[in-house]
Design a protein around this ligand. Sequence first.
Ligand SMILES: Cc1ncc(C[n+]2csc(CCOP(=O)(O)OP(=O)(O)O)c2C)c(N)n1
Length: 317
Amino acid sequence: MKKETLLEMYYMMLKIRRVEERILEIFAQGKIPGFIHVSIGQEAVPVGVCSALRPDDYISNTHRGHGQALAKGADLKRFMAEIYGRKDGYCQGKAGSMHIACNDLGVIGSNGVVGGGIPISLGTAFASLYKGNDRVTVCFFGDGATNEGTFHESLNLAALWNLSIVFCCENNGWAEFTPQKVHTKLENLSVRAESYGIPGVTVDGNDVLKVKEEAEKMIARARKGEGPSLLECKTNRWFGHFAGDAQKYRSAQEIEEVRSFDPILKFQKILLEKKNLNPKDIEETEVKIKSQIDEAVAFAEKSPIPGIEGLLENIYT
Ligand SMILES: Cc1ncc(C[n+]2csc(CCOP(=O)(O)OP(=O)(O)O)c2C)c(N)n1
C-alpha cells in the first residue's frame, strides 16, 4: 500500500476520534440538540471499509455513524453544522447526528430505527442493478441489528437478486445495555451469511489493515456482479450507548480493558515501526485536526438556526 494511503487512513481515524471527543464536550455544554452516539474505539471499521470504496459508491450509516459519514468524505464544516442542527448542515439542520445524510457523497442516511437502514440500502443496490452500473453499496449496522427481521429479510432478498452490496456489521459487543452473549447464542455473527447462501467473514475490527483487506475483496466481488457478502468487524465501544450513559452495567475493569485494543494506537505502532510516520508527523496531524475542528465548530455556531418557514422544504413523505 502506498505511504500516502496509509497516512490518509491514519489521519481519518484520528480525525474521527478527535471530532467525537469534541462533540461530547459540546454536547455536555448543552449546545447540541437531540441524542449523540459516539463510535470512539471503533474507528478502524469505517476507515478500513470506506478506504476501499470509490467516491461514487453508496453507504448507509447508523445512529452511531459519525465515523462512517466522515470516512466517506463528509465536509467537516457541513457535518458539524448538521450536528448542531443548523441551516448550513448537510440536511439543513433537520437530521442532526442520528439522521445525517450526504447526498453528494452517496451517504444515504443514518437511521434511528435499529436495522432500518438495511432494507433502504437494498434500494441503492437495486438502482445499480437496474441502471446497469457498477456502483457498490456498503450497509453498516451493529450486532444488535442482526436480530431484527429487516436484517434477515434484506440478506435473503439481496442474495436472491444478486445485489452489489456488502453488509458490514460493526460489532462493538453491545446493543444498548445488552451484551452480545445475552442477545444471541452465536459468537461470530458472520455465520448468519451461510443461511442466505452468501459469504461471511469475521475480522479483527480494531485492525484497520485487516478490515480494508477483507472489505476490498468483498467490494471487488460485488462490483463484478458476483453478489452480496457479510463482513463482521469485531471492535469495542469505549463509551456508553449514548452521550450521558455512565455505563453502570459494565465493570470498571472491562471499560479499562477495551481501551487496550485502541485501533489508532495499534495502527500508529505499525506505521512508526515501518517508518511511514515519525513522532513529529503525529504532532503535526494533531495540530492540523484541531484547527480543522475549531474552524468547523466556529462555522456551525455562526450558522443560523433553521426557521419555521423551511419546515416542509426538502421533506419527502
Ligand atoms: C427498531 C428499534 N428497536 C429498538 C430501538 C432502541 N435502540 C436504539 S439503539 C439500540 C441498540 C442497537 O445496537 P446495535 O445494533 O448493536 O448498534 P450499536 O448501538 O451498538 O452501535 C436499541 C435497541 C430502536 N431505536 N429501534
